[in-house]
Write a protein that binds this ligand. Structure first.
Ligand code: 6GU
Length: 271
């Protein structure tokens, strides 16, 4: 079956479950999935029940689509996302973005937990993603291009929509939430970086580092979706602080910053 046929099948499946036509897509990263619990009148669809969807394996990821209303807007949230390091292909990692586009999404908020590379950052900071560096050495658009889905050579000069980012700054200010703005470097993982790699990424202009987001944003831009990206700086990257990195620290920090994150994202959706 072709990609477009698979997308059409999932679109029909979702539309058989809910009448809600989402306009905003949310991809919720490690520990940030709680936002989906606040969606009203939700249709909750476990990934394992959706045709052609892969199934999420990482701790802290629930693995379901939640479609409903949030702050008066129709939204679809991915509660848990797929990572390349789990062994999925990039086509699987980015398939949900194709589905979002097909069911009506034209703006997307993508979130993640990321390591701080910029030494002026602190764990618990929220960072609006200004741009990314694709350090994965791969691209989800490799292969024949289907012109119905997007152009062969998509422009990435405003990958992260300046207008949405300006709105996010305005909303953050109004709520007294401090936000950083910086460049997200996407790597494959699953090992964290060495101190030498983090030093290199800093020299190259990176402010935060993570193992997600880049493939989804490339496909979103290909599909014509405008993107707002928010990183939760869950820990400082290797070589900055004396202690080793751990997934537990990532989860602990996202737990602490959750309420500011929820307030910010809900206020942005409202606006
Ligand atoms: Cl330090 N590196 C990567 N690649 N991903 C992360 C991280 C670091 N901290 C949270 N996620």
């Amino acid at each position: 079956m072709s990609l477009t046929a698979n997308i059409a099948e999932v679109k029909a499946y979702i539309e058989s479950i809910t009448d809600i036509k989402p306009e905003i897509g949310l991809i919720l990263g490690s520990g940030l999935g709680v936002l989906a619990d606040e969606i009203e009148n939700p249709a909750v669809i476990p990934y394992k029940e959706i045709p052609h969807f892969p199934v999420s394996t990482v701790e802290g990821h629930k693995g379901q689509l939640v479609i409903g209303t949030l702050k008066g807007k129709n939204v679809v949230a991915m509660q848990g996302r797929f990572h390349y390091y789990e062994g999925y292909g990039l086509d699987a990692v980015t398939f949900p973005v194709r589905v979002m586009r097909a069911i009506g999404v034209d703006r997307m908020i993508v979130t993640n937990a990321a390591g701080g590379v910029n030494e002026s950052y602190a764990p618990g900071d929220l960072m609006l993603i200004k741009d990314h560096i694709n350090f994965t050495g791969r691209n989800p658009l490799i292969g024949p291009n289907d012109e119905k889905l997007g152009v062969r050579f998509p422009d990435m000069s405003t990958a992260y929509c300046p207008d949405l980012r300006a709105l996010a700054h305005k909303v953050a200010n109004a709520h007294g939430i401090k936000v950083q703005e910086g460049v997200y470097v996407g790597l494959l993982g699953p090992s964290y970086e060495t101190p030498a790699e983090i030093c290199m990424l800093r020299i190259l202009g990176g402010d935060a580092v993570g193992m997600s987001t880049v493939p989804e944003v490339i496909v979103a831009r290909h599909a014509g979706i405008r993107v707002l990206g928010i990183s939760c700086i869950s820990n400082m990257a290797a070589g900055i602080l004396p202690q080793p990195l751990s997934h537990e620290e990532v989860m602990e920090t996202t737990e602490k910053v959750k309420s500011a994150f929820l307030t910010l994202v809900k206020a942005i959706i409202k606006e």
